[in-house]
Design a protein around this ligand. Structure first.
Ligand code: NAD
Ligand code: UDP
Length: 313
C-alpha cells in the first residue's frame, strides 16, 4: 500500500507517517513547510519506505498512490490567520487538487476536517448531523468556512465521480511535536508554565474545549481510512470537556510551576463550548480515546522540556 500524507511534516502528519511506516506502508510525505518542520520527520528520513516531497498543494501534482491522507492546512488560529487568503486557497484549490489526484488514480482519500465546522455551536455536545453556527465573514472563516467547502468538495466528488472519501472532524488535539510558538492553548500554557511566565487566558476562562491526545486521534484516522462503505463525516475527539481555566490550573500543577494566570480580552468569534458526541465513531470504528488528559499533558510537558532545553522532571 502506498500512502500520500499531505501536511506530513506537521504535528499530526508526522505522527501519521510514523504509524503508516510501522504498519508496513510506503509513505510519501508532501509538505510546503509553512507550519511543518523537517525535525518532525528527521528520524524517518533513512527509512527505505519513506519519501519527502516539498510541494504546495495549491498547485497540482501527479503521483501514483492507493491512499491519500489529506491533512495539509495550518491548524493554529495564529498560523491560519497569518495569510487567510492562502488558507482558503489551501482548503479549496488544495482539496480540489487532491481529489483530482484521487479520482485519476482511484485512491481512497481522507480529509482531516475540524470541529470548527460547528462554529460557536448551539447544539451541545456536537453530533455530525448538526450543521453548525459559523460566522461566514469573521477572522476564523478562512479556516472554518474553508474546511466546510473542503467537506462539500469531498461529498461532491463522491457523488459525481464515485471517489471513495472519508471525512474526519477532528476536535482539539495535543501532544509531542506541537510547536512551542504554535499559538494553540496547550502549547502556550505548557511553555509558559515551564518558563514560569504568566499564563494568558483569553476571556474569562469559562469557555470549554475537549482535548484528545495525538496517538488516540491517529488510531481514529487509521480506522476511519480502513472502514468500508462509509463516506459521511465522523467526529474524532475526546468526550471529556474542560474549561480553559481548569486546563491552566492542571498544567500549572503538573509542571510544578510558579506561573500566575492572567486574563486578556477574548479572541473574536471564540467558540464558547465544544465537545464531540462520538457515538458514531464508537459504532462504526469501535473507537474512543483512551489517554487521560493528565497523562497526555505529562508527556507533552516532557516534550516541551526537551524543546526548551530544560531538565526532565
Ligand atoms: P500543522 O500546522 O502542524 O500541520 C499542517 C501541515 O500542513 C504543516 O506541515 C504545513 O507546513 C502543511 N501545509 C500547510 N499548507 C500547505 C500547503 N498549501 N501545501 C502543502 N503543505 C501545507 O497542523 P496539525 O495540527 O498537524 O493539523 C493537521 C490537520 O488536522 C489540518 O488539516 C487541521 O485542520 C486538522 N485538524 C487539526 C486539529 C488539531 O487540534 N491539531 C484539530 C482539527 C483539525
Ligand atoms: N486560549 C487562551 N490562551 C492561549 C491560547 C488560547 O486562553 O494562550 C483559549 C482560546 O481563546 C480558546 C481556547 O483557548 O478559547 C482554545 O484555543 P486554541 O487556539 O488552542 O484552539 P481553538 O480556538 O481553535 O479551539
Amino acid at each position: 500500500m502506498r500512502a500520500l500524507v499531505t501536511g506530513g511534516a506537521g504535528f499530526l502528519g508526522s505522527h501519521l507517517c510514523e504509524r503508516l511506516l510501522a504498519e508496513g506502508a510506503e509513505v510519501i510525505c508532501l509538505d510546503n513547510f509553512f507550519s511543518g518542520r523537517r525535525s518532525n520527520i528527521k528520524h524517518l528520513m533513512s527509512h527505505p519506505n519513506f519519501e519527502v516531497i516539498r510541494h504546495d498543494i495549491v498547485q497540482p501534482i501527479w503521483l501514483e498512490v492507493d491512499r491519500i491522507f489529506h491533512l495539509a492546512c495550518p491548524a493554529s488560529p495564529v498560523h491560519y490567520q497569518f495569510n487567510p487568503v492562502k488558507t482558503v486557497k489551501t482548503n479549496v484549490m488544495g482539496t480540489i487538487n487532491m481529489l483530482g489526484l484521487a479520482k485519476r488514480v482511484k485512491a481512497r482519500i481522507l480529509l482531516t476536517s475540524t470541529s470548527e465546522v460547528y462554529g460557536d455551536p448551539k447544539e451541545h455536545p456536537q453530533k455530525e448531523s448538526y450543521w453548525g453556527n459559523v460566522n461566514p465573514v469573521g477572522v476564523r472563516s478562512c479556516y472554518d468556512e474553508g474546511k466546510r467547502v473542503a467537506e462539500c468538495l469531498m461529498m461532491d466528488y463522491h457523488r459525481q465521480n464515485k471517489v471513495e472519501v472519508r471525512i474526519a472532524r477532528v476536535f482539539n488535539t495535543y501532544g509531542p511535536r506541537m510547536l512551542a510558538d504554535d499559538g494553540r492553548v496547550v502549547s502556550n500554557f505548557c511553555v509558559a508554565a515551564l518558563r514560569g511566565e504568566d499564563i494568558e487566558i483569553y476571556g474569562d476562562g469559562n469557555q470549554t474545549r475537549s482535548f484528545a491526545y495525538v496517538s488516540d486521534i491517529i488510531d481514529g484516522l487509521m480506522k476511519l481510512m480502513n472502514v468500508e462503505d462509509f463516506c459521511g463525516p465522523v467526529n474524532l475527539g475526546s468526550p471529556e470537556e474542560f474549561t480553559i481555566k481548569e486546563l491552566a490550573d492542571l498544567v500549572i500543577e503538573l509542571a510544578n510551576s510558579s506561573s500566575k494566570v492572567v486574563f486578556r480580552p477574548p479572541r473574536p468569534d471564540d467558540p464558547h463550548r465544544r465537545r464531540p458526541d462520538i457515538s458514531l465513531a464508537k459504532e462504526i470504528l469501535n473507537w474512543s480515546p483512551t489517554t487521560p488528559l493528565r497523562e497526555g499533558l505529562k508527556r507533552t510537558l516532557e516534550h516541551f522540556r526537551r524543546e526548551l532545553g530544560l531538565q526532565s522532571a
